[in-house]
Design a protein around this ligand. Structure first.
Ligand code: PLP
Length: 415
């Protein structure tokens, strides 16, 4: 709150494509997709039209005992895209995490394995900030104050390639971390319900990236030791890593996939947990207590589902994954001077995410870098000394040049 006096919030009056416009008329490239949610720009005509059309039909209806076309259509399309045939809806990322954790635990309970009550996650992992999600999140800044309220959970070494030992390749490091996961599961699998991770990129850890072999090994190990694999694709889903879902790059099908953020193109809150026939079957019973009694008032909201359907239409009609490949090559080329800058460490890129760590950064770097970027017409939000770009999939030459220039001015001018 005190910071607001020093760094007043930007009063945004409107948006168009990748741009935000403040009340004074200043324009900023939304280089972080408004906290990783926006996919196809602000005030996108096609998403607007879908929501407006839905508004005149039904804005919301209880999804217990009622159903509606948008939620059915969305479930079927997500199922085709992921190979996971059952969908449970929530309203935000953290609620998706809670749903996956509860459903995993309850599955084992229904299967007679009542001892499986523990969850394992990755070091520096982030899965949301409600109490259950925070319990498996490993970011001290968000967690420490609430420690007395949280359930104990276990963190495995992160395959983040920056943590590789000298002489160790990205892949070797990932495999070494996977062996540590294996030895933990060997000894504790009887008490573990699920292992949750962010596939390929740990966003809140500062866009930590890792080799897909870790994901492939995690899948094999979870199967071998009868532990569910929960893929938290809340940030990395919907094309961020260059494929529709990050899991595809390791050829992995998780037991649960959590989706949110980009699912509605950054328009409306919606999350979804997708799961398998096997999980579904364990809840299909006469006794009420075997059912998954979990609900949110706005479950499967029709307006949000229509936005999500419009997003999937755009992916198909505009061949977005392919188009982003071309965009990524161009932006990477423009970032060459950033990559070669003497203060830059661990420059990294995957799909539509770029990040680097800045050396010789003094305390408060992230706030000063944020302010410097704004002066250059770019909204950035560095995490510690990590400067990253996660732009909407509508950036063109002008936006890319402006982002690259903002990064260089940070590197040259901000301590
Ligand atoms: C943002 C995020 C969440 C939480 O989503 P909210 O909608 O903010 O609750 C969970 N997991 C990951 C990987 C995220 O990036």
């Amino acid at each position: 709150m005190k910071n607001l006096a020093v760094v007043p919030p930007l009063a945004i009056a409107r948006g168009e494509r990748a741009w935000l416009v403040d009340e004074a008329g200043n324009r900023y490239v939304d280089a972080i997709s408004s906290w990783w949610v926006n996919l196809f720009g602000h005030a996108n005509p096609r998403i607007n039209a879908a929501i407006i059309d839905q508004l005149s039909k039904i804005e919301h209806v209880i999804l217990a005992g009622c159903t509606h076309e948008p939620v059915v259509a969305l479930s079927e399309r997500l199922s085709k895209l992921t190979g996971l045939g059952h969908a449970f809806y929530g309203s935000d990322g953290a609620s998706a995490t809670e749903i996956a954790l509860k459903m995993s635990f309850h599955y084992w309970r229904n299967a007679g394995q009542t001892g499986k009550t523990q969850f394992v996650s990755l070091q520096n992992g982030y899965h949301g900030e409600t109490l259950g999600a925070l319990s498996i999140t490993d970011v001290a800044l968000f967690k420490d104050q609430y420690a007395p309220l949280l359930r104990q959970s276990t963190q495995m070494p992160s395959p983040d390639f920056r943590l590789a030992e000298a002489g160790e390749s990205e892949e070797d490091h990932a495999l070494r971390c996977a062996r540590m996961l294996e030895s933990y599961l060997q000894h504790h699998s009887k008490t573990i319900a699920a292992f949750i991770l962010e596939p390929l990129v740990q966003g809140a850890a500062g866009m930590a990236m890792y080799h897909p072999v870790y994901l492939a090994r995690a899948r094999e190990l979870c199967t071998e030791y009868q532990v569910h694999l929960i893929a938290d694709e809340i940030a990395v889903g919907f094309g961020r890593t260059g494929t529709m879902f990050a899991c595809e790059q390791a050829g992995v099908k998780p037991d649960f996939m959590c989706l949110s953020k980009g699912i509605t193109g950054g328009y409306l809150p919606l999350s979804c947990v997708l799961t398998t026939d096997e999980i579904y079957a364990a809840f299909y019973a006469d006794e009420t207590a075997r059912g998954f009694l979990h609900s949110h008032s706005y479950t499967g909201n029709p307006l949000a589902c229509r936005a999500a359907l419009a997003v999937l239409d755009i992916f198909e009609q505009d061949k977005v994954i392919e188009a982003n490949r071309v965009r990524a090559v161009r932006f990477s080329a423009l970032l060459e001077p950033v990559k070669r800058h003497h203060r830059v460490r661990h420059f990294r890129n995957l799909g539509m995410i770029w990040a680097c760590d800045v050396a010789e950064a003094k305390p408060g770097f992230s706030v000063r870098a944020y302010q410097a970027a704004l002066k250059n017409g770019v909204l950035l939000r560095p995490i510690g000394n990590t400067v990253y770009f996660m732009p909407p999939y509508v950036i063109g030459e002008e936006e890319m040049m402006q982002m690259a220039a903002a990064a260089l001015s940070i590197l040259d001018e901000i301590e």
